[in-house]
Design a protein around this ligand. Structure first.
Ligand code: E4P
Length: 214
């Protein structure tokens, strides 16, 4: 499983990029708004820094509008992936993008059927939202597993991005259950590096090393 960062913060993205594990970035309008940044300008900055896929979401709700916006977004950089919501209009737009060689990430996936349809429309990625399903008492990880099984059984090569990740257990479990990618908030990415025994162990090694300095 690969790691994307789910963020529009240049500070977070730079930190993640420096770790050497970053395969891409997902953004959404809420994440860019939180940064107080200009949408297109921020995407230019992110795509200049990260060579992998950078998801940029359309806000039109009709297929024609999504296609127009998506083409503008795709013109920002070759590594832009157009993020399209899982709607009837969204599916039509995904088909058009796929026919013209523009990669899409179908977002707001909450069921296996939505994922199957998005894949068949030509999506490069589907994004099941784990945390938001957990919030309403459903198991987001079960959904990832079901989608992974279906894609495997039907030889579908659309990649599953485990999204709406809230904590490190989501990450491990998403990997176990077949997600190809986890898009992880900066805070969770940092949590993944930490363990109290690592800190205690390092402290001990450093203090023992001092004893060797005669
Ligand atoms: C994914 O592409 C979305 O941007 C994101 O994971 C949504 O997460 P949230 O439920 O924490 O807003």
């Amino acid at each position: 499983m690969k790691f994307f960062i789910d963020s529009a913060s240049m500070e977070e993205i730079k930190k993640a990029e420096a770790l050497g594990v970053l395969a891409g970035v997902t953004t959404n309008p809420s994440l860019v708004a939180k940064e107080g940044a200009d949408f297109h300008e921020r995407l230019r900055e992110i795509t200049a820094l990260v060579p992998g896929s950078v998801s940029a979401e359309v806000i039109a709700t009709d297929a024609e509008g999504m296609i127009r916006e998506g083409r503008e977004l795709a013109a920002i950089a070759p590594n832009i992936t157009v993020k399209v919501p899982m709607t009837l209009e969204g599916l039509k737009a995904v088909r058009t993008f796929s026919e013209s060689g523009i990669q899409t990430n179908v977002t707001l996936i909450f069921s296996a059927n939505q994922a199957l349809l998005a894949a068949r429309a030509g999506a490069a990625y589907v994004s099941p939202f784990l945390g938001r399903l957990d919030d309403i008492g459903q198991d987001g990880l079960d959904l990832v597993e079901t989608i992974a099984e279906l894609f495997d059984r039907h030889a579908i090569d659309t990649q599953i991005i485990a999204a709406s990740i809230r904590h490190p257990v989501h990450v491990t479990e998403a990997a176990l259950r077949g997600a190809h990618i986890a898009t992880v908030p900066g805070k969770v990415l940092e949590q993944l590096t930490q363990h109290p025994l690592t800190d205690i162990g390092l402290e001990k090694f450093l203090s023992d090393w001092q004893k060797t300095q005669k």
